[in-house]
Design a protein around this ligand. Structure first.
Ligand code: FPP
Length: 252
């Protein structure tokens, strides 16, 4: 996988892309296959997307693999998804490492089996020094969980007398969030036709451009990613300013 130096020639490639990969179940149902077959093909789409992001020069990719709410699914499907995560970690990590991908998993990981937690930690340690692409996998993640945890961390500092409550501002809270050391997503993509955030990165998506597609996740590929980038490239990001101000500043 060759990394293109796209950022120097164009600022239309998003630095950070966040994706809700929806539609695996429907993709399988349409083909009279079990839902897990959809998740397996979903993993194939994950591979293609990672490769396309590396080729396009995306710096950070954050994928919603399993939400805090997904535990409500039938136990059999949850179990099969967990198995798929373990298999994926085993089969993909070396390849990701060879390609310079830094893998991180965000979310309430204590709910996972010790075996899975151990594999996650080992993969994070192995790939920590890589810088071609940072790949964040959100697993048992919820945006409200992330913000609540940040608030609790600040409250603990107040309790210990290290911080006064009046000193708490957006920046202090932001620093306690899961992706605190990374820029917020520029582009959010959701496949599968639904148009909602579903408790994904609630804080971090405040100024992100949203892109929705009816494509079911297993059908998502480099062409679909390019379409999302084209849509992103055609937008003017104003961050609260007027379009005249943006044009004057030259970052339209
Ligand atoms: C949503 O589709 C998808 C999931 C809940 C699981 C996502 C998992 C993968 C893409 C495979 C493995 C990924 C990694 C990163 C190892 P859905 O089941 O809600 O589909 P539906 O809305 O059609 O029912």
């Amino acid at each position: 996988m060759a990394k293109a130096d796209t950022h120097s020639t164009s600022c239309k490639i998003p630095r950070h892309v966040a994706i809700i990969m929806d539609g695996n179940g429907r993709w399988a149902r349409k083909r009279h296959l079990p839902r897990v077959a959809g998740h397996r093909m979903g993993l194939e789409a994950v591979r293609k997307t990672i490769q396309a992001c590396v080729e396009q020069g995306v710096e950070i990719l954050t994928l919603f693999a399993f939400s805090s709410e997904n535990w409500r699914r039938p136990a059999e499907e949850v179990g099969l998804l967990m198995k798929l995560f373990i298999t994926a970690l085993d089969s993909e990590v070396k390849k990701l490492h060879r390609n310079g991908v830094c893998l991180r998993v965000i979310g309430e990981l204590s709910a996972f089996t010790p075996e899975l937690q151990q594999r996650i930690t080992a993969a994070e340690i192995l790939t920590a020094g890589n810088s071609t692409l940072t790949l964040n996998i959100a697993a048992n993640y919820g945006g409200r969980w992330d913000i609540t945890r940040a608030a609790r961390a600040l409250a603990a500092q107040v309790e210990r007398g290290e911080l006064r409550s009046a000193e708490i501002d957006e920046e202090l809270l932001r620093r306690q969030l899961s992706l605190a050391d990374l820029p917020d997503p520029d582009l959010f993509i959701r496949t599968g036709g639904e148009q909602r955030i579903s408790n994904f990165l609630l804080w971090q998506l405040a100024y992100t451009e949203f892109y929705f597609t009816d494509l079911l996740w297993p059908a998502f590929d480099a062409v679909a990613l390019q379409q999302a980038f084209d849509s992103f490239g055609s937008r003017q990001r104003r961050f609260g300013r007027t379009s005249e101000q943006v044009e004057e500043a030259g970052d339209a």
